[in-house]
Design a protein around this ligand. Structure first.
Ligand code: F6P
Length: 370
């Protein structure tokens, strides 16, 4: 037996991220790569654009110390991402240019075996983690890492990216205060938050706004008008309103910029403008709108998000070493623990309308328009 035959083949694992990007993803990739290589002498591969590395040629790339150098402070993800790449329902253009959906899951499983992989780390929100869980049920050794800018996964106290988003939104709110005051206007700031209003709530309190509208508390325009008029009558003609994009009036619906047959095709947006219009019509106060949109998902991650991403990335590889598959890393009371992925995707983290944060906001005079 020669020395190369004698040398034990290195264990190989793979990491992918899916869904929307958020600050801190690169910290996860870097920490997982360093842990695999420095801690275990494994090889680690990255699947580009979610599961595409398993479906399309040339999109499975080696992750190395060199390729992950210098990425800790960078937003986005060096692997690219998509929220339209579900292998169980994969979009393909037919000859007429129309999109058809096919099941490519078997191809993913075959490619996984062909690459001789021993673990698949799936970094994602409820959608991508649910796909990971489907592959786990189909026999793949999957480990989950929670990623949600909206912070809407109950199984972890917080996910990376959220802290950076709250910082970005708070800075924006700080800035609109001065222009609102100068013009005696209402400034409406629309932030992300599909079903969970955490960014609006935390940035709203931190930025000292007057009204916070979130999906969990349906609002009433008259109540918002009352609040703004009270302020004007009390000598404060300017106000700042923060609106989560998924907020809706009582008895009304969310507003979409784009409708679609699938969840991933539907794009929320527009509630900020609707609220500003209603304020102008009903309260006769001039209103302007700022939509923060993807600014919240971009930029340099805060130290908190870099640290959490690093801790999650390391622990995901540790779970692979222990053979603890079907589990997702999570932050619990400041410690990194793990929970079954199945449990993690079953329960969204929503704002409790009777919880401490909402109570704090109400007590200091912030209206939820209810
Ligand atoms: O789910 C996270 C999120 O940022 C939502 O808050 C937002 O509605 C959506 O993604 C935007 O998605 P896209 O990047 O596809 O426009």
């Amino acid at each position: 037996m020669n020395s190369s035959q004698n040398k034990k083949a290195k264990k190989r694992i793979c990491l992918l991220n899916g869904g929307g990007d958020c600050p801190g993803l690169n910290a996860v990739i870097r920490a997982a790569t360093k842990t695999a290589i420095l801690g275990y002498e494994w090889q680690i591969w990255g699947s580009e654009d979610s599961f595409d590395g398993f479906i399309q040629p040339g999109k499975m790339v080696p992750l190395t110390l060199a390729s992950t150098r210098g990425i800790l402070s960078r937003g986005g993800t060096i692997l690219g991402t998509t929220n339209r790449g579900n292998p169980f329902d994969y979009p393909v253009k037919n000859e007429q240019g129309e999109t058809e959906f096919h099941d490519y899951s078997q191809q993913v499983i075959e490619k996984f075996k062909e690459l001789d992989l021993e673990a698949l780390i799936v970094v994602g929100g409820d959608g991508t983690l649910s796909i990971g869980q489907q592959f786990f049920q189909a026999g793949l050794p999957v480990i989950g890492v929670p990623k949600t800018i909206d912070n809407d996964l109950l199984a972890t106290e917080v996910s990376f990216g959220f802290n950076t988003a709250v910082q970005t939104a708070t800075e924006a709110i700080d800035k609109v205060h001065t222009t609102a005051e100068s013009h005696d206007r209402v400034m409406v700031v629309e932030v992300m938050g599909r079903n969970a209003g955490w960014i609006a709530l935390e940035a709203g309190i931190s930025g000292g706004v007057d009204v916070i509208l979130i999906p969990e508390i349906p609002f009433d325009m008259e109540k918002i008008g009352d609040k703004l008029r009270q302020r004007a009558e009390g000598g404060r003609p300017s106000s700042v309103v923060v609106v989560a994009e998924g907020a809706a009036p009582r008895g009304g619906t969310q507003i979409y910029l784009e409708q679609g047959s699938r969840d991933s095709d539907r794009r929320l947006g527009g509630m900020g403008f609707a609220v500003a219009d209603m304020i102008q019509q009903q309260s006769h106060i001039e209103a302007r709108v700022v939509v923060l949109g993807h600014l919240q998902r971009g930029g340099r991650p805060t130290p908190f998000d870099r640290l959490l991403g690093t801790r999650f990335g390391m622990e995901a590889v540790e779970l692979a070493a222990q053979g603890s598959f079907g589990r997702m890393v999570s932050l619990q009371c400041g410690r990194i623990e793990s929970v079954p992925i199945e449990e993690a995707v079953a329960h969204p983290r929503l704002v409790d309308p009777n919880g401490q944060l909402v109570k704090t906001a109400r007590t200091i005079g912030i209206s939820f328009g209810d």
